[in-house]
Ligand binder design. Structure first.
Ligand SMILES: *Cc1c(COP(=O)(O)O)cnc(C)c1O
Length: 372
């Protein structure tokens, strides 16, 4: 049996252990310390210097804190992209609020601006104004930033940007994660760089950053004893894991290059056989975190997926839309059929940054042999 090929595996630089050792040497084994400060500063610089960064223990925690800071509370509505990972939606429920799901458009597979506006008008006329919008740069492909931002501004509804898997992606030269009122990025083990588990909240200013840290560290009042006037959370990143992040961030640009190379390889080998690969709109750069392809039918997709699995190669159907999930099926949804179609025919291909040409070639030839 050939060695297992994973969908998206961690890829170390070799520098991570140096920073982790420093944490041990200096006894900073806490959710506080020099690695956290340096990691936040490095990310701030990478993201263009205008934003403030808060290192947290997951991307999900970052989304939850964004909801808390925006005052999302019981009975509120939050407009949420339906084609995404459940982690985008769950924090809405943690706050006792109701998601309103918005389907995708065809050019980026992300939140459809037309349906978004329709949903806002529906909420305002029938109930009340939604509290927030959460849009996702799926698989690293930027959503229609200009249009979604315009709508967010027009109706004065804050935008949370789920850039969990879009570190390194850009629109008009600006980095994803910096477009919303709040942005979030994940460093889970399968993302483009990892801290084994972790994330950041991206805020507009120091005041918001301090508020986020306050809530992320159990909301302690400024008193010598432990005193609390708010409900807090334990969401800060560990200084040990921030060390891994520093070693990873140093090679981020190489990782983006390698993932984009994977995409180009698959497209070159497979496009002519009738599979669809999503192109970048003008001015857009995707980090190509995962290469996804659209097959012609559900049966074809399943045949390819199962054959690859028999060959010890991991793939994954595109996200099952949230409005089709058993746990979320009673919430409002604005659909156009696009996300359902993507779910039934789409497949995420192995996309690790350390894949060899030989491995890529082997994956492609298995797919081509089993094309219907
Ligand atoms: C990974 C991911 C998250 C969650 O991040 P964690 O760090 O795993 O909590 C949220 N949204 C999307 C789109 C993701 O891909």
């Amino acid at each position: 049996m050939n060695k297992k090929i994973w969908l998206s595996a961690p890829h170390l630089s070799g520098e991570e252990q140096k920073y982790v050792r420093d944490a041990f040497k200096t006894n900073w084994l806490a959710p506080k310390g020099p690695n956290i400060d340096a990691f936040e500063t490095d990310l701030q610089n990478y993201l263009g210097g205008k934003k403030e960064i808060v290192a947290l223990n997951s991307g999900t925690a970052a989304i939850h804190l964004a909801m808390v800071l925006l005052g999302v509370t019981e009975g509120d509505e939050v407009l949420c992209q339906s084609l995404t990972f459940a982690a985008t939606v769950n924090p809405i429920i943690y706050q006792g609020a109701n998601p309103v799901f918005i389907d995708s458009e065809e050019e980026t597979w992300n939140m459809c601006p037309v349906l978004l506006e329709k949903a806002i008008k529906d909420s305002i006329s029938k109930r009340k104004k939604p509290k927030a919008i959460i849009a996702v740069h799926l698989y690293g492909m930027p959503f229609k930033v200009k249009k979604i931002k315009e709508i967010s501004k027009k109706y004065a509804i804050p935008l949370i940007e789920d850039a969990a898997s879009a570190l390194g992606s850009e629109v008009q030269g600006e980095k994803c994660g910096t477009f919303g009122d709040y942005g979030i990025i994940s460093f889970n083990g399968n993302k483009i760089i990892t801290t084994s588990g972790g994330g950041i909240l991206i805020t507009n200013d120091k005041e918001q950053k301090e508020k986020a840290i306050f809530f992320a560290t159990q909301a302690q009042d400024n008193t010598p004893h432990y005193q609390h006037s708010y409900i807090g959370y334990n969401y800060r990143m560990s200084n040990v894991l921030a060390g891994i992040g520093r070693g990873q961030l140093a090679v981020l640009n190489d990782r983006v290059k390698a993932r984009r190379r994977n995409f180009e390889f698959y497209k070159r080998e497979l496009k002519e056989s009738g599979y669809l690969f999503l192109e970048e709109l003008s001015g857009v750069k995707s980090n190509r975190w995962l290469t996804c392809m659209l097959t012609n039918t559900f049966e074809e997709r399943e045949k390819i997926r199962k054959t690859l699995l028999e060959n010890n190669i991991e793939t994954r159907p595109l996200w099952k839309p949230m409005h089709l999930q058993p746990i979320f099926q009673n919430y409002l949804v604005f659909t156009n059929g696009i996300s359902e179609n993507l779910f039934s025919k789409g497949l995420c291909l192995p996309s690790s940054s350390d894949l060899t040409e030989k491995q890529l070639q082997r994956i492609c030839s298995i797919i081509l042999k089993h094309t219907i």
